[in-house]
Design a protein around this ligand. Structure first.
Ligand SMILES: *[C@@H]1O[C@H](CO)[C@@H](O)[C@H](O)[C@H]1NC(C)=O
Ligand SMILES: *[C@@H]1O[C@H](CO)[C@@H](O)[C@H](O)[C@H]1NC(C)=O
Length: 323
């Protein structure tokens, strides 16, 4: 009984009810109801090529209203996988699919999930190590701290007191440009802005160059971007290729196949405001003009230092969110 399954979810247990799979079903259902018109390309004998605009942008007024209501219900609050708030979200999707007359079922999985801690901190220190300013690790738009705190899922806990270097997007070419300026990140905190590809790749590259931690800033006109930094594609790292059911065989954390999927250094997403506060305190070569876009940084250099960054990242073993 799916309802019984949902009700049995103990609060705080690391269980993932696959709402995404159900959402996919909703999409498929919607697509199935589309008239065949835009899909067919008469005459040329090849497979029909769907026109995405026709598929997604010409829904009826009734579909618009129900999509709006579902989106509102599902986005009204955080429902991070494995937290108590995930069960009502899954129940909502289940209810809607049932109402549409579909046969439904739910499955419980117990993959390795990663949750943010509240003990993380970020501060600027003077070159002599005395405190200069505390920097916010919060989402600027979330003053009431109602949302999931900004974090990079699967980042290791760790701490660093080190000079910072602004690495632009954190791509190979950015490190090459820094090298031409005589600036390296070894033993330092890399401060990047978002846009250099998969964030896990940005963190791994910084680690490869010797950085001890990475902060990735969102755009000045956007928020803080949470996300995963695991390497090697999606999926539970402990059950690669098979289902993470309760009794399933699992690889150990010391298994090479598991270890190489985890980042070696701590990282966090930060607001543009926080990144700019760090970058404005940096000396060194001036920031290349094209690196200033997006963040809205108008002063400072690429570093390193002379200020120090004191960064502590603390992850939680279990979900701490109350809904
Ligand atoms: C559905 O909503 C979209 C986005 O607001 C709008 O562009 C479109 O015209 C709406 N369609 C109908 C049929 O109301
Ligand atoms: C760095 O921050 C941590 C956590 O807030 C704190 O315990 C530590 O004393 C700080 N280190 C310095 C050198 O300020």
């Amino acid at each position: 009984m799916p309802h019984a399954v949902l009700a049995r979810l103990p609060p705080g247990s690391v269980r993932l009810v696959i709402a995404f799979g159900l959402l996919l079903l909703v999409s498929l259902l919607v697509l199935r109801r589309r008239p065949a018109g835009p899909l067919a390309r008469p005459g040329d004998g090849r497979l029909p090529v769907p026109d995405p605009a026709a598929l997604f942008l010409s829904l009826s007024a009734g579909a618009n209203a129900s999509i709006a209501a579902d989106l509102r219900a599902l986005t009204a609050g955080p429902h991070l996988a494995g937290t108590p708030a995930a069960a009502p979200a899954a129940a909502h999707v289940l209810g809607r699919l049932r109402a549409a007359g579909l046969q439904t079922l739910t499955r419980d999985y117990a993959p390795l999930l990663s949750y943010p801690g509240r003990a993380s901190s970020l501060a600027l220190l003077r070159p002599d190590g005395s405190p200069l300013a505390r920097l916010s690790l919060d989402e600027p738009a979330d003053e009431g701290r109602r949302l999931v705190p900004p974090y990079h899922a699967y980042a290791p806990s760790g701490a660093a007191v080190a000079e910072a270097v602004f690495v632009n997007l954190g791509r190979e070419e950015d490190y090459a440009a820094l090298e031409r300026l005589g600036v390296g990140v070894r033993g330092r905190v890399a401060v990047a802005r978002r846009g250099g590809g998969y964030r896990g790749g940005v963190v791994a590259r910084a680690a490869e160059k010797g950085a001890v931690a990475v902060l990735i800033a969102g755009r000045a006109d956007g928020g803080v971007e949470r996300g995963v930094v695991l390497l090697g594609g999606p999926g539970d790292p402990l059950t690669p290729g098979w289902a993470a059911t309760d009794g399933a065989e699992r690889l150990g954390f010391d298994d090479e196949a598991v270890k190489r999927r985890f980042p070696k250094i701590p990282s966090m997403p930060v607001s543009a405001e926080t990144a700019v506060a760090i970058i404005r305190s940096l000396g060194g070569p001036p920031i290349p003009a094209e690196w200033q876009a997006g963040l809205g940084v108008d002063a400072g250099g690429v570093g390193p230092g002379p200020t120090l960054v004191n960064f502590t990242y603390q992850l939680n073993e279990a979900p701490q969110l109350v809904s």
